[in-house]
Design a protein around this ligand. Structure first.
Ligand code: NAP
Length: 244
């Protein structure tokens, strides 16, 4: 049976671990040729490559550097000959109360969570045609933050909702869809490690558990696939009822 993404080429920005690695695995399983970027987790990137038959392409590229992001897009197109799906997953959360946020931390979160997303998309859509798919991993914090100390992170994720709507308008006439996936608390390295806070977060989720990375990847695969062609400019929440 033909796989839903056979003959498609995907790039996942930030694919070495957590939700990004699950997206790499899922798009690969669905038949796409996949490239992904990483910056610090070289060993985990190597393990991921080795674990997948046909082997995805791992590219070291710092999302804080727009030129590195654009080079990663170019490398993917050179290697695979085309690009159909871009997933912007790389993201960082640096906690800080209003009195403590430094200019450096503010700039780093904006650079990785927002600026990189735009410039990756700008580079990627040059190679995309009808049927192209752009998916960014935002967060439920765009709608409700819930806890103190994440104002700048929430700002960057809320910005993705506006960017997604604007780019959907720019790219709709070219047959390219642009969507935003907003996970709720998901069991990755980014989840709270403090047991009391982890329990508090869990208690706010209607289903009583954190999301799994493969569940977020499933929604991304749907948006990347052939059945989602009429969805664009949307922010889709996947949070086990955290916002319910
Ligand atoms: N986990 C949650 O509860 C949750 C909820 C809502 C939204 N999200 C969002 O989902 C996305 C993935 O989160 P996660 O939980 O999987 O986080 P994670 O486990 O911390 O993984 C983050 C990924 O992003 C990559 N990355 C970070 N900074 C980078 C940079 N400067 N350049 C290139 N790659 C970089 C990391 O690569 P290296 O390891 O190589 O640094 C890693 O692959 C993020 O955008 C996050 O904001 C997460």
């Amino acid at each position: 049976m033909t796989k839903p993404l056979s003959r498609k080429v995907a790039l996942v920005a930030g694919g070495s671990r957590g939700i990004g690695a699950a997206i790499v695995r899922r798009l690969h399983t669905d038949g796409a040729a996949v490239a992904f970027t990483y910056i610090s987790s070289a060993a985990r990137a190597e393990d991921l490559v080795a674990s997948l038959e046909g082997q995805p392409l791992a590219i070291k590229a710092d999302s804080a550097d727009p030129e590195a992001v654009q080079r990663a897009v170019a490398t993917t197109v050179e290697h695979f000959g085309r690009l159909d799906i871009l997933v912007n997953n790389a993201g960082i959360l640096i906690h800080g109360m209003v009195d403590d946020v430094s200019v450096a931390d503010f700039d780093k979160m904006v650079a990785v969570n927002m600026r990189a997303v735009f410039f990756a998309i700008q580079a990627a859509v040059r190679s995309m045609g009808e049927g192209g798919r752009v998916i960014t991993i935002g967060s439920v914090v765009a709608d409700r933050t819930g806890f103190p100390g994440s104002s700048i992170y929430s700002m960057t994720k809320a910005a993705i909702t506006g960017l997604t709507r604007g780019l959907a308008r720019d790219l709709g006439p070219r047959g390219i869809t642009v969507n935003n996936v907003q996970p709720g608390p998901t069991a990755t390295d980014m989840a709270p490690t403090d047991p009391a806070l982890a329990e508090k977060v869990r208690s706010l989720i209607a289903l009583g558990r954190l999301g799994e990375d493969r569940e977020i990847a499933g929604l991304v695969a749907y948006l990347a696939g052939p059945d989602s062609g009429f969805i664009t400019g949307s922010s889709l929440t996947i949070d086990g009822g955290y916002l319910a």
